[in-house]
Design a protein around this ligand. Structure first.
Ligand SMILES: C[S@@+](CC[C@H](N)C(=O)[O-])C[C@H]1O[C@@H](n2cnc3c(N)ncnc32)[C@H](O)[C@@H]1O
Length: 140
């Protein structure tokens, strides 16, 4: 999935204004973790958290992370003890999620307070989520 999706990940990054450097980032449906590895290597994020229900993919994500500050879990919703994210991505996933309202709420709760309340962040980007199936909500 890495090779086939890399151009989409790069295009996604062009649609957001947030500076990802030093940020704590969530990736929903992370698959083998390629997007978060790219953010570490090119975006210099502080740490990344990805979850996905596909056990084999998460095993690969953990192995491929090497010594990057990346953390992966097998799950189909945001793990209970995860939160305080400054940037959250959910792309290529919403068509697989039946409860989209629940998903949007879980994403909102997982964001740090500043990321929820910064003008023109949450509402604008959650609107984009509904339009494009891409969520990017962040502090800027
Ligand atoms: C098309 S892949 C996209 C992977 C990655 N986000 C990307 O853009 O390359 C969809 C991923 O969503 C995962 N998935 C399926 N149901 C999910 C759920 N309820 N929550 C999170 N991820 C889910 C699948 O296991 C798969 O890895």
């Amino acid at each position: 999935m890495q090779g086939a999706h890399e151009f989409v990940w790069k295009a996604t990054l062009k649609t957001i204004e947030a500076d990802l450097r030093g940020r704590r980032v969530l990736d929903v449906g992370c698959n083998r973790g390629g997007f978060l590895r790219m953010l570490c290597d090119q975006g210099e994020i502080a740490e990344g958290f990805g979850y996905d229900p596909a056990e084999g993919a998460v095993e690969d994500a953990r192995r491929l992370a090497g010594d990057r500050p990346l953390f992966f879990e097998v799950a189909d919703t945001i793990p209970q003890d995860w939160g305080e994210f400054e940037v959250a991505f959910s792309h290529g996933v919403v068509y697989l999620i039946h409860d989209l309202v629940g998903h949007a709420r879980a994403m909102y709760r997982a964001l740090a307070q500043a990321a929820r309340t910064t003008p023109a962040s949450a509402s604008t980007r959650i609107a984009r989520f509904w339009q494009l199936g891409i969520t990017t909500t962040s502090t800027t």
